[in-house]
Design a protein around this ligand. Structure first.
Ligand code: PLP
Length: 479
């Protein structure tokens, strides 16, 4: 019985389908991503699965081939030093926070950051100090942090570090002036540039925060640049951080058996970036798709007033919501979005794309546009989303315990979510994607949070941290 439903069988089954991935990873399982990357993607993986035999160096104490590859990565991205990550951007962000913060230090954060940042607070014992961000209220999309919104924080506080995302998961970019302002106040800046690894390589993209003076910049290179899933780079951009501190924490958190296939994919990506026009082709393809969408009746692409990454296409339709759109694109056209939200879907164009893949998407949208106007118009009423009805959550819950205190708190139990109002949350509650926590451990559960989570569950969102066996249950602290 089990043999027929194994993970491997499922992957093999999906692989056979003619499925067009408009999602992460950036290589899109295409065999034509850069010259060296293609070599890694086409290899029989078992043949490259090595361990630290002589000649292959050691990630934890590199002095040979890995050392050279990391130095080459630094040169390629314009960093003072770069380190390979084999546990995603997550391990880079956690190590960066641990390198700069200890127990009780204040870390400036906003509420739209990825869970790995709050995990960094758990590991380091740093306390969150929140700065506000804005949302595009019509779309329900968080915007990048703005200088005017953080000035008050620096006027009244002296955080040890300032943490920001650039760009957000949705492609909205940060105001780079923040970095200088943070430095003036004595804070080091860690930039979660998980989705912006490609920025340096095309002038049509927002600026890279390494160029703007970020002290530690973490790249999720598997997201947009084609290296294999789980890979990333941590870069040092200034002398404010001691490389030994970062190395120590990376060594603490990364496996002692890093995959040579993963590391080779990072190295191949750097070589391809240095030699070719990988990113230029991706941006050309994204701009082409945006233009085609603009000509397709009923469809629109979100274009924020501030800087944004054009390779992240937030696609909406005047008559139908994102979940309906996502469902029909997947089931009837074989196009898989990165995210299916309430009022839009997110399509990611990356180095694995070409004019051919985006033309296929544009063609599907033209066909769907005609069908939406004619044959299926009658049946779509239940999927309609009124503009302005977008449901997003920007409430800041009351913190009772710090994330670290709450994580180590032993007296805890599960109760139905519907009865949890007023209790202290014991888990990180995270809609995934995009991986931004709604509740952190140690925070008070409010009525509006229970309502938001219940609506999200009914809409089919996957929420990490809730137990969904019978009724949704949440872990609370008995304090
Ligand atoms: C903004 C952001 N930061 C960090 C991460 C963590 O990256 P990884 O999955 O490579 O660990 C993600 C993952 O989705 C993300 O969206």
């Amino acid at each position: 019985m089990y043999r027929e439903s194994s993970l491997l069988d499922k992957l093999m089954e999906i692989k056979k389908k003619d499925h067009l991935p408009m999602h992460i990873p950036g290589h899109k399982r295409s065999f034509n991503v850069g010259q060296r990357l293609s070599q890694v993607l086409q290899c029989r993986i078992g043949e490259l699965d090595f361990t630290e035999i002589p000649g292959l160096d050691d990630l934890h104490s590199p002095s040979g081939i890995i050392d050279k590859a990391q130095k080459f990565a630094a040169q390629c991205f314009g960093a003072k030093a770069s380190f390979f990550l084999v546990n995603g951007c997550t391990v880079g962000i956690q190590s960066a926070i641990m390198a700069l913060c200890g127990e009780g230090d204040e870390a400036a954060v906003s509420r739209n950051l990825h869970r790995s940042i709050f995990e960094g607070l758990v590991l380091s014992g740093a306390k969150p100090l929140y700065y506000p961000i804005s949302y595009d209220k019509e779309m329900g999309i968080p915007l990048g942090p703005r200088l005017e919104k953080v000035q008050k924080l620096f006027k009244d506080n002296s955080p040890k570090v300032f943490l920001m995302v650039h760009p957000t998961y949705y492609g909205t970019a940060a105001d780079m002036g923040i970095i200088e302002e943070a430095h003036r106040s004595g804070a080091a800046v860690i930039v979660d540039e998980a989705h912006g690894s490609h920025f340096k390589f095309d002038p049509r993209l927002p600026p890279s925060s390494l160029e703007a003076g970020g002290d530690i910049v973490v790249h999720g290179t598997h997201k947009t640049l084609g290296s294999l899933t789980q890979t990333g780079l941590l870069h040092l951009g200034s002398g404010r951080v001691k490389p030994e501190d970062v190395k120590r924490f990376l060594s603490l958190l990364q496996t002692t058996s890093p995959s040579y296939i993963l590391m080779a994919s990072i190295n191949a990506m750097c070589l391809d970036l240095a030699d070719g026009d990988l990113v230029k082709k991706a941006v050309d393809a994204a701009l082409f798709l945006r233009e085609e969408i603009g000509k397709t009746p009923g469809f629109y692409c979100y274009e924020p007033k501030e800087l944004y990454d054009p390779t992240k296409i937030i696609l909406g339709h005047q008559d139908v919501g994102g979940r309906f759109l996502g469902h029909i694109l997947r089931e009837e056209y074989g196009i898989y979005p990165e995210l299916e939200g309430e009022s839009f879907v997110l399509l990611m164009v990356s180095v694995g794309d070409s004019l051919k893949t985006v033309k296929k998407t544009a063609e599907a949208l033209r066909d769907l546009s005609t069908r939406l106007r004619q044959e299926i118009k009658e049946s779509i009423n239940s999927y309609k989303i009124k503009k302005g009805s977008v449901y997003y959550f920007d409430e800041l819950p009351q913190m009772i315990l710090t994330p670290r205190e709450a994580y180590f708190y032993r007296r805890r139990r599960k109760i139905p979510l519907s009865q949890s109002c007023g209790e202290v949350c014991g888990e990180m509650i995270v809609p995934y994607p995009p991986g931004i926590p709604i509740l952190l451990p140690g925070e008070r559960i409010s009525e509006s949070i229970v309502e938001y989570l219940s609506v999200s569950i009914n809409e089919g969102c996957h929420i990490q941290g809730l137990d969904m066996v019978k009724v949704p249950e949440i872990e609370i602290l008995e304090c």
